[in-house]
Design a protein around this ligand. Structure first.
Ligand code: ADE
Ligand code: ZN
Length: 342
């Protein structure tokens, strides 16, 4: 691909809908926070950390991801983490992020949910005021833990809802997928739905198409995170096209976690060309080798995506967001202007 198209991708206005904020913890910041908080790391250098990022599957990544998160202790740490992500996102002309955060990863270490909210929210609000960069927060339940634990997590977060009403609008489901099907969380998702939260769930990353069905039918989610295994089920593919159910696909994540052996084997282009509402996202960019532009470029190069397809992906990212219709229209107009001028 020509560098012109690479430049076009970098400047393309886009939204990121699948980003675990804890997965944006770069080794440099991990070391700085370890020192600040007197946390002992299992590595002696940044290079050693990066060298350890050689994953064989989702669980092999999650083990390091949860260990790395141990350096996050204070409100300032969560602020620094989020601000570092925002700076990188802005450099890729990401205009809006709907970020995931995992309270249970932190409450298990004695860090309160209130500290996590406060640090992330301060960064998002500052970025909104200073740069017209918009963000919202999706609280995820860890699916390897019990539904009872998810209920407790929700109960701890709900008193904060009014304080963060401008940011926290979503509930998600992440962590080890296989053996932890969506229906395990049917009751807590039903309560979240009654409370008016927007719902998403990881499904069909490593788990079978049946998990995508139950995320849709039992949890009643509005987006599927990953969903790449949908292709194994023709009836499901038909339903995803008919309903224009968004899939937040993460190509470099799928490569690093061996969901695909080679980016050229990735089904993103096939799904896009079949009419699904596919988006490109970075998932855990500090662990998987890149942020939004890197994901777009690697995918475009591997799958020969056209300029029109890249524009469609950017459009999908805004349309699949949980922003208000007028806000979406503003971004789509901005995208149109960009396309006219480049
Ligand atoms: N938590 C962070 N990244 C994840 C992923 N790719 N799948 C499931 N849980 C996650
Ligand atoms: Zn994810």
């Amino acid at each position: 691909m020509t560098s012109n198209l690479h430049d076009f991708i970098r400047g393309l206005p886009k939204a990121e809908l699948h980003l675990h904020i804890e997965g944006s913890l770069e080794p440099e910041l991990m070391f700085a926070l370890a020192q600040r908080n007197a946390v002992q790391l299992a590595y002696s250098s940044v290079e050693e950390v990066r060298a350890a990022y050689n994953f064989s599957d989702l669980q092999s990544f999650l083990d390091l991801y949860y260990a790395g998160a141990a350096v996050l202790q204070t409100e300032q740490d969560f602020y620094d983490l989020t601000m570092a992500y925002i700076e990188r996102a802005r450099a890729d002309n990401v205009r809006h992020v709907e970020l995931f955060f995992d309270p249970q990863t932190h409450t298990a270490r004695g860090i309160s949910t209130a500290i996590v909210f406060a640090g992330i929210a301060r960064a998002l609000r500052e970025a909104k005021a200073a740069h017209d960069f918009s963000g919202s927060m999706i609280l995820c339940f860890l699916r390897h833990l019990s539904e009872e634990d998810a209920f407790e997590t929700l109960a701890a977060a709900l008193p904060l809802r009014s304080q963060y009403a401008d940011l926290w609008n979503g509930i998600g489901l992440d962590s080890a997928e296989v053996g932890n099907p969506p229906e395990k969380f049917a009751a807590v998702f039903a309560q979240c739905r009654e409370l008016g939260f927007r719902l998403v769930a990881h499904a069909g990353e490593e788990g079978p198409p049946a998990y995508i069905h139950s995320a849709l039918d039992v949890l009643q989610v509005e987006r599927i995170d990953h969903g790449v295994r949908a292709e194994e089920d023709a009836a499901l593919m038909h339903k995803l096209v008919q309903t224009q159910m968004p899939l937040t696909v993460c190509p470099l994540s799928n490569l690093k976690l061996c969901v695909v052996s080679d980016l050229q084997q990735h089904n993103l282009a096939r799904m896009l060309r079949a009419g699904l509402c596919v988006t490109i996202n970075s998932d855990d960019p500090a662990y998987f080798g890149g942020y939004m532009t890197t994901n777009f470029i690697a995918t475009a190069d591997a799958l020969a995506l056209t300029r029109e397809e890249l524009i469609q992906l950017a459009k999908n990212s805004f349309c699949a967001s949980f922003a208000a219709p007028e806000q979406k229209q503003q971004w789509l107009n901005e995208l149109d202007r960009y396309v006219q001028n480049h």
